[in-house]
Design a protein around this ligand. Structure first.
Ligand code: NAG
Ligand code: NAG
Ligand code: NAG
Ligand code: NAG
Ligand code: NAG
Ligand code: NAG
Ligand code: NAG
Ligand code: NAG
Length: 424
């Protein structure tokens, strides 16, 4: 075995380096003694890499209040417990990947972490984070046995991604803003509660049991609700969303967005929610800047205030659906997209631009429609162009609201449309 001498040389090198400076760029700890070499450092400026070579190891990082770099353990089946009694801050990443026997994380004072990356920690069931992490911008937790995320309590985050944690009963966090994305997917029967969430750039909920976001008023980019198990869903304060996709929620019988007024360039998709017979939860929806896709076994789809759809409309009902309201919208040029299809067990309608050429709408509308082609990327840009010209020539408040949405939506509208209508 060469490993013993190699390891002791490495251990010696690490300990000598650490002993001379709390400013070392990294410390690789094979034993508790290696970690104790930095116990006089309030701040250890480098990375700490944990690599115990024997089974059943408990490590404690003593004395250190701040780690300037990352704290890492990768592909190690020997670490069973990790404590850091004084540690308040990890400036880099708290990175634990494939640490299969790790059952205890005891970080009573940890509050600030640059990023959390915990992947494949099948033995960890709970966190002992007494103070709780209140400051962390980027979190990925995947394939762990955590039953809650108690101990991580953020009011603001850029990314929060939690997946494949099959024992996760609940995610409850005081989040107020999400600047990039929250994606909760493929966990157990998780109940998700964000009582203080006001806006999020992107939201994805997949395979969850319930979603509670009573204050949510804006989802700037995309909101995806797919394959969840709840019977009813309500987002009572949501007023605007960049794109909304609700699909394959097999138990869903009631869907309600009582205050939703505008949907942006990423459009609206409601598809294959097998028990959702009645799509009528959009009493205030006035405009959709992108496309609408409704598919599935529904009988009713009523949008009483909707008077502007800038993209295509595709309705495919296997139920007893009456297309006439949508036919009228197409006829009245409230549906601006070229492609319009409505098919149901009872009726089937398909119209295209030729039908609207004889209509006499305002001149700016005709012009922008005329430049629309069937290519989806140029349709996105001409949709944005028509939004601008509509705003220039129209004083209606609906027109002004759409410009706000589509101006910020132009850059990613095509991408999200591809996500919605390509993959799902
Ligand atoms: C560590 O770095 C700080 C500033 O970065 C410096 O003031 C201090 O002298 C350094 N200590 C050692 C032991 O190198
Ligand atoms: C874990 O400990 C065993 C001996 O107990 C050793 O063979 C193995 O290499 C150690 N390392 C890792 C990464 O698990
Ligand atoms: C989620 O909430 C529902 C309703 O409150 C409850 O019946 C269910 O047990 C909860 N799920 C878990 C995994 O705790
Ligand atoms: C989040 O939204 C941005 C646009 O703001 C988009 O580019 C990105 O792809 C979205 N990410 C996810 C995970 O949906
Ligand atoms: C609902 O959202 C609006 C902003 O759209 C906000 O002014 C209001 O306070 C929110 N209501 C609740 C109950 O959060
Ligand atoms: C999302 O919308 C809210 C409410 O309009 C706004 O305050 C926030 O700055 C927007 N965020 C992004 C990332 O565009
Ligand atoms: C809905 O289900 C049908 C039949 O399983 C499938 O052909 C279609 O692609 C699905 N649509 C969406 C948008 O998931
Ligand atoms: C569908 O709407 C009609 C009237 O618009 C109503 O009579 C009927 O009960 C509705 N059906 C369902 C299943 O909600």
């Amino acid at each position: 075995m060469i490993s013993k001498s190699v390891l002791s040389v490495l251990a010696l090198a690490a300990s000598v380096y650490a002993q001379t400076s709390c400013n070392a760029t990294s410390l690789t700890a094979f034993t508790q003694a290696d970690l104790d070499k930095i116990s006089s450092c309030e701040v250890f400026s480098g990375n700490i890499i944990l690599s115990p070579p024997t089974t059943g190891v408990s490590f404690s990082i003593n004395g250190v209040q701040e780690i300037g770099g990352s704290l890492t353990c990768t592909s190690n089946a020997n670490l069973t417990s990790l404590s850091a009694a004084s540690l308040e801050t990890i400036d880099g990443t708290f990175d634990l990947t494939e640490v299969t026997q790790l059952g205890t994380l005891n970080f009573p004072r940890l509050a600030t972490v640059g990023a959390i990356n915990w992947v494949t920690l099948p033995s960890i069931q709970s966190l002992t984070f007494t103070t709780g992490v209140t400051n962390c911008q980027d979190i990925l937790i995947s394939d762990t046995s955590l039953s809650t995320l108690d101990g991580i309590s953020l009011t603001q985050v850029a990314r929060l991604e939690v997946n494949n944690c099959l024992d996760l009963d609940e995610i409850s966090m005081p989040l107020q803003y999400v600047t990039d994305a929250v994606d909760i997917s493929y966990n157990g029967a998780t109940n998700v509660t964000f009582p203080s969430l006001v806006w999020a750039n992107n939201l994805t909920f997949q395979d969850v049991s319930s979603i509670s976001t009573p204050k949510l008023s804006t989802v700037n980019a995309s909101y995806i609700i797919i394959s969840n198990t709840m019977k009813s869903f309500v987002s009572k304060n949501l007023t605007s969303v960049g794109g909304l996709s609700v699909s394959k929620n097999d138990a869903l019988t009631s869907l309600s967005f009582p205050n939703l007024e505008t949907i942006g360039t990423a459009g609206l998709e409601i598809s294959n929610n097998t028990k959702l017979v009645d799509i009528s939860g959009f009493p205030k929806l006035t405009s959709v800047s992108g496309a609408i896709v409704l598919a599935g076994d529904f009988d009713n789809a009523t949008f009483p205030d909707l008077d502007l759809v800038r993209g295509a409309v595709t309705i495919e009902s296997t139920g007893d659906f009456d297309c006439s309201d949508f036919d009228d919208m197409k006829e009245n040029r409230e549906i601006r997209g070229n492609d319009y299809v409505c098919s149901a067990a009872s009726t089937s309608t398909s119209a295209s631009l030729t039908a609207s050429a004889t209509e006499s709408g305002s001149s700016s509308e005709v012009t922008s429609d005329a430049t629309t082609t069937s290519d989806s990327s140029s349709e996105t840009s001409s949709t944005a162009a028509s939004a601008t010209s509509a705003a220039a020539s129209s004083s209606s408040s609906a027109g002004a609201a759409i410009v706000g949405t589509s101006t910020s939506g132009v850059a990613f509208g095509g991408l999200i449309a591809a996500i919605f209508f390509g993959i799902f």
